[in-house]
Design a protein around this ligand. Structure first.
Ligand code: C2E
Ligand code: CA
Ligand code: CA
Ligand code: CA
Length: 279
């Protein structure tokens, strides 16, 4: 990168230059990743209060041909900045629907629901409802098993349009979870207006439950609020027995985290759902 110093001289910063080049190259590879079939979905089970698997969250993984595994924490933000999140998100939806069909065809897995992360930009595409509808039809997946995880960033802009869109999808049978609940600055406002089915307590409150009394109070309050608003409450980032006990005592409905299962392949996910509950 050429930067201009106060005295008008141009200088060259190799570190900035290297970072820019790395980013451009990653963006280039990201464009090709779908057709090269470098994405896969992994699944993290969600369990009920008895530790039985009731569903899963689909999480994307990118196996880069040279750099190996690239974390979604790195490439999802880049995909969002470049608009590539739309085709990538559509790929995720399609793969998720196919997985639901595979589960539906097996007695042991047909009850499982699948939660899919949807970026704000993807949800705000004018044809998003049509796309979801087309994918459900094409795959034959049941909309009642599909849950879309939205974050507060989806609500930036015309909230009325977003709500109308949510209602259209709910009419198909799709349900909604508000992800990372409690981390935004206006979560409570949205609770009242959005046609949600579930809120997902952010892992930042859950992971310190065993040593932070403030987090205990927050989690307890979120669960109680979910109950009184008729919303299902799921906790993410459940990492140990103490977390699980505390949440269970306060009647959280569903749980997800390393304590039960890390994200695994589709094949392993089936085996997990057959295993006895983790208590
Ligand atoms: P998220 O939706 O909040 O997903 C939860 C993240 O926490 C996942 O990271 C998961 O692997 C991790 N996790 C699960 N259990 C535990 C636990 O017990 N403790 C801790 N510390 N972490 C746990 P992952 O898979 O790296 O995904 C990171 C983020 O990338 C996701 O956060 C989500 O925002 C985004 N993402 C992942 N897949 C997709 C996708 O298909 N589409 C979109 N738009 N975003 C995605
Ligand atoms: Ca999520
Ligand atoms: Ca989350
Ligand atoms: Ca999170």
């Amino acid at each position: 990168a050429k930067l201009t110093s106060p005295n008008g001289l141009r200088f060259y910063d190799p570190a900035v230059q290297a970072e820019l080049e790395a980013r451009t190259s990653l963006e280039h590879d990201l464009r090709l990743a779908i057709e090269r079939q470098e994405f896969v979905l992994v699944y993290q089970s969600q369990v009920d209060s008895l530790g039985r698997t009731i569903g899963a969250e689909a999480l994307i993984r990118w196996e880069h041909p040279r750099n190996g595994f690239v974390s979604p924490g790195t490439f999802i933000p880049l995909a969002e900045e470049t608009g590539l999140i739309v085709p990538i998100g559509n790929w995720v939806l399609e793969a998720a629907c196919e997985q639901l069909v595979a589960w539906a065809n097996d007695e042991h897995t047909k009850h499982l629901t699948l939660a899919v992360n949807v970026s704000a930009i993807q949800f705000q595409q004018p044809d998003f409802v049509d796309t979801v509808c087309a994918m459900l039809t094409k795959s034959g997946a049941s909309a009642h098993r599909l849950k879309l995880e939205l974050t507060e960033s989806t609500m930036i802009g015309k909230v009325d349009n977003i709500i109308a869109r949510m209602h259209q999808l709910k009419a198909l049978g799709v349900s909604f979870s508000l992800d990372d609940f409690g981390t935004g600055y206006s979560s409570l406002q949205y609770l009242k207006r959005l046609p949600l089915d579930q809120i997902k307590i952010d892992q930042s409150f859950v992971c310190k439950l065993h040593r932070d009394t403030d987090d205990k109070a927050i989690v307890q309050t979120i669960i109680a609020m979910g109950h009184s608003l008729g919303l299902q409450v799921i906790a993410e980032g459940v990492e140990n027995l103490e977390h699980w006990r505390y949440l269970n005592e306060h009647q959280c409905h569903a749980y997800q985290g390393y304590y039960f299962c890390k994200p695994v392949s589709a094949t392993e996910m089936v085996l997990r759902s057959l295993a006895p509950p983790r208590m």
